[in-house]
Design a protein around this ligand. Structure first.
Ligand code: OSB
Ligand code: MG
Length: 370
């Protein structure tokens, strides 16, 4: 489709509750919503870069720069055929996966609208609803954590992930396990430990956790292999898997037994699909991670998680867990069986609440062919 214009919306949205991880505390979330225009249609995508370079090196600032100065010139006025074509076009831009993935998502939305197909159909998703869980940030104390988890369990979440960091690890996880002996529970350290300090995590092995997510350095695979050897609980990599190649390295090295797939982190849905296919062929479970997305990114995550290899519940919660007011007209809610329905409409299957988009907009940049 010939891309006639690209609009970048830099947004800041208040979170329904503060979200604290080992790399910081967020009260508001920034992101970049990208819209592409072609043939009278508009496709939307979400770039999940954050205000600060805490999760990885990208920020909304670097994403806006890469989008405007490098990605836009490669596609504006060009006939972009599909995601593979887009990937080829931006292949000489090193890194900046979150920026690239935001545009790729908008392209999928556009192609789906043209072909009258949902993203789920285009990706080959097999489920109409997907099992989900909730990711709970660090709380003031283990007592407050247990109370927060109880609240989500009562809302119907059957799988809970808690964030950990040095000093807030075994104690927090044990408190939750004591209060909920049968809960599907997992922990995420967001790279806060070293191979040495991770020795203190040994007691986690007796808490019947589904997995331990990204304990070590974001650019590490080798030390994760050493750590996995010491744990019965599967290690799951998030930050370290930035491409299908890295997924292969990790599996060949036995650095993990589970992979968290985030389309943003790996440069787009097409790479996410590749990783899914590789893991499925090897019997490695995958699940869909989240980045506190708006309804746009959430729709994409749900479509991705409908693929058959996504056998563990995703970090995809209901809209109200993230925002009191979202930018899509469609709201996602939790079903009684801890699932969320995959959108059925064409493309992402969501429409934009233009009023909300304006309300949360810090800046808007429209790029056109001249
Ligand atoms: O590591 O999975 C993570 C949010 C922002 C950055 C990194 C992570 C997360 C989450 C939230 O855990 C998952 C969600 O969107 O519900
Ligand atoms: Mg994670």
């Amino acid at each position: 489709m010939k891309i006639e214009s690209i609009t970048l919306h830099h947004l800041r949205m208040p979170l329904a509750a503060p979200f604290e991880t080992s790399f910081g505390r967020e009260v508001e979330r920034e992101c970049v919503i990208i819209s592409l225009n072609a043939d009278g249609l508009t496709g939307y995508g979400e770039c999940v870069a954050t205000r600060d370079p805490g999760y990885n090196y990208e920020t909304t600032g670097t994403a806006l720069h890469i989008l405007k100065d490098f990605i836009a010139p490669l596609i504006l006025g060009r006939d972009v055929i599909n995601a593979a074509d887009f990937r080829q076009r931006v292949s000489r831009i090193r890194g900046h996966h979150l920026a690239k993935a935001g545009v790729e998502m908008a392209l999928w939305d556009l192609l789906g609208k043209r072909d009258q197909k949902s993203l789920r159909e285009m990706l080959g998703g097999t489920r109409e609803k997907v099992e989900v869980g909730v990711s709970v940030g660090l709380q003031e104390s283990p007592e407050v954590l247990v109370r927060t988890v109880r609240d989500y369990v009562e809302q119907g979440y059957a799988r809970v992930k808690i964030k950990i960091k040095p000093g807030r690890d075994v104690g927090d996880a044990s408190a939750v396990r004591r209060a909920f002996p049968n809960l599907r529970l997992q922990v995420d350290a967001n790279s806060a430990f070293t191979l040495e300090s991770a020795q203190s995590l040994k007691p986690l092995d007796d808490l019947n956790l589904l997995l331990i997510e990204q304990p070590l350095f974001e650019d590490d695979i080798w030390d994760h292999r050493k750590l996995q050897e010491q744990f019965r609980t599967p290690i799951c990599l998030d930050e370290s898997i930035v491409s299908a190649r890295h997924a292969r390295y990790a599996l060949e090295m036995n650095a993990c037994r589970i992979i968290n797939i985030k389309a943003g982190r790996v440069g787009g849905l097409s790479q996410a699909l590749e990783i899914h296919n590789m893991c499925r062929a090897q019997g490695i479970p995958v699940w869909c991670g989240g980045m506190l997305e708006t309804g746009v990114g959430r729709a994409s995550n749900l479509a991705l998680a409908s693929l058959p290899g996504f056998v563990l519940p995703g970090d995809i919660s209901a809209s109200d867990r993230y925002y009191h007011r979202d930018i899509t007209n469609e709201k996602f809610s939790l079903n009684a069986d801890s699932t969320i329905d995959v959108p059925r409409g064409v493309g992402l299957g969501v429409t934009i609440d233009e009023d909300a988009l304006k309300t949360f907009s810090l800046a808007r940049l429209e790029l056109k062919t001249n």
